[in-house]
Write a protein that binds this ligand. Structure first.
Ligand code: ZN
Length: 254
């Protein structure tokens, strides 16, 4: 496990260097190019736009809180991130920055969905679906995912709830990205197990009023409910689109 972990860490460091070298625009164009080869260029541009807007949510929130933050970097087929150069001073700041990404990302997905619905544009509907789905996955309560950053304001112990969720997803829908998330989450799970809220450093960092905890808790649960509903709804709509496409092709050949 330890060797695996150091290998993955090396990979992440290499990714960060790669990002610095090519910058936001370079990694963004590379992502669009590679997604385009796999899924077609319109969908590729849409997906990278969804990722960019989500990351800008984190970026703007971090700047609002006076933190030093880099512009987004993209890694094709993995996603994107912004690098925080300062550590947040408290759990509320961390939750604020964590929540801002999925919030703005959700607004972007709603906009795509609205435009697609109006014009009956199927590729845009697929972009909206992917937007809702990616933001939903990001709400799993386990760092490095945004859900882990948000729920830290309640208690890092909540991260333990993320373990069976990631486990079930890996079991039923295995993917390398999920495996990477699980490996990166491992030290956070250990931290959650060892978490001592009476430790002086933790008392200072997690000193948040019950009211603020409730606000973040409600926003977190509310956003998950909305994203789950939209993901499920668009999944069914896209299923209908695929079926009618097949029917059209079939009737066309008769
Ligand atoms: Zn995020």
């Amino acid at each position: 496990m330890r060797e695996w972990f150091s290998r993955i860490s090396l990979l992440v460091v290499a990714g960060l260097k790669f990002g610095k070298f090519f910058g936001t625009v370079g990694t963004m164009l590379l992502s669009i190019g590679l997604y385009a080869l796999a899924y077609g260029w319109r969908y590729a541009v849409g997906i990278v736009a969804m990722l960019f807007i989500h990351e800008m949510g984190h970026y703007i929130a971090a700047r609002q809180r006076g933190m030093n933050v880099g512009m987004p970097t993209f890694i094709p087929f993995v996603g994107a991130w912004v690098e925080l150069k300062d550590r947040p001073h408290d759990a509320e700041t961390e939750a604020y920055i964590g929540l801002a990404g999925p919030m703005l990302g959700t607004v972007a997905a709603i906009a795509a969905w609205y435009l697609a619905r109006d014009g009956g544009v199927h590729w845009l509907l697929a972009v909206a679906y992917t937007g809702f789905f990616l933001n939903l996955i990001n709400m799993i309560p386990l760092p490095p995912l945004d859900g882990g950053r948000i729920t830290a304001v309640l208690s890092p112990r909540i991260w333990l709830l993320g373990v069976p969720i990631i486990g079930a997803l890996l079991w039923f829908h295995f993917s390398m990205i999920l495996l990477l998330i699980a490996i990166l989450a491992f030290p956070h799970v250990m931290a959650a197990l060892r978490f001592d809220k009476n430790h002086p450093a933790n008392q200072a960092y997690y000193d948040v009023s019950p009211r603020v905890r409730w606000e973040y808790g409600l926003l977190y649960v509310g956003l998950i409910a909305f994203l789950a509903f939209m993901t499920n709804d668009l999944d069914r709509q896209l299923d209908g689109v695929r079926r009618s496409d097949v029917q059209q092709t079939e009737s066309g050949t008769v």
